[in-house]
Design a protein around this ligand. Structure first.
Ligand SMILES: [Zn+2]
Length: 137
C-alpha cells in the first residue's frame, strides 16, 4: 500500500467515491478544488510553469480546477514543506519583477536631469538671441 490520495490543501483523505477525480470534484473537508496541479504527479515547483510533464500546458492558477488531460493524482500531495518552497519561489520572482520598476525610475530621473540641462542651455541661447534685439531697439 502506498500513500493515500489526500487533499493538497488540508491533507484530508480523498474519499474512494470521489475517484477518479473529476474536474469539479471538491475536498469534502475544505472545499478546495481537487483536479488541480497541486494534486498532480506532474506538479513540480522547481519547473517553469510548475509542471514536469513534457506535453501539458500548465494553467496559470495551480490551485483551481483545470482542464488538463494529463492530470493524475499524486498520493500524499499535502506537504507544508513543499508549500513553503513554492512561497520562496514566488518571493524570488517578486524580487525579480520588483527590480524592473526601480530601474525604470532611475532612468526617468536621469532623463529628467538631462532635460533640466537642456532647458538651461536653451535659456542661455534665448538670452544670446535676445541681446541683438535689445541693441536694435
Ligand atoms: Zn481539503
Amino acid at each position: 500500500m502506498g500513500k493515500p490520495i489526500v487533499c493538497w490543501r488540508c491533507g484530508a483523505a480523498v474519499k474512494p467515491e470521489q475517484r477518479p477525480i473529476r474536474r469539479l470534484e471538491l475536498c469534502r473537508s475544505c472545499q478546495a478544488d481537487l483536479h488541480v496541479c497541486r494534486l498532480c504527479w506532474s506538479y513540480n515547483p522547481r519547473m517553469t510553469g510548475y509542471c514536469d510533464h513534457d506535453h501539458a500546458e500548465p494553467p496559470l492558477d495551480r490551485e483551481r480546477a483545470n482542464f488538463c488531460q494529463y492530470f493524475s493524482p499524486r498520493p500524499g500531495a499535502y506537504s507544508p514543506a513543499g508549500h513553503d518552497a513554492e512561497q520562496g519561489a514566488r518571493k524570488g520572482l517578486e524580487s525579480l519583477f520588483g527590480a524592473t520598476p526601480e530601474e525604470a525610475n532611475a532612468k526617468e530621473s536621469n532623463t529628467a536631469g538631462s532635460e533640466t540641462n537642456s532647458d538651461r542651455a536653451r535659456a542661455e541661447l534665448e538670452q544670446l538671441f535676445n541681446k541683438p534685439s535689445q541693441d536694435d531697439g
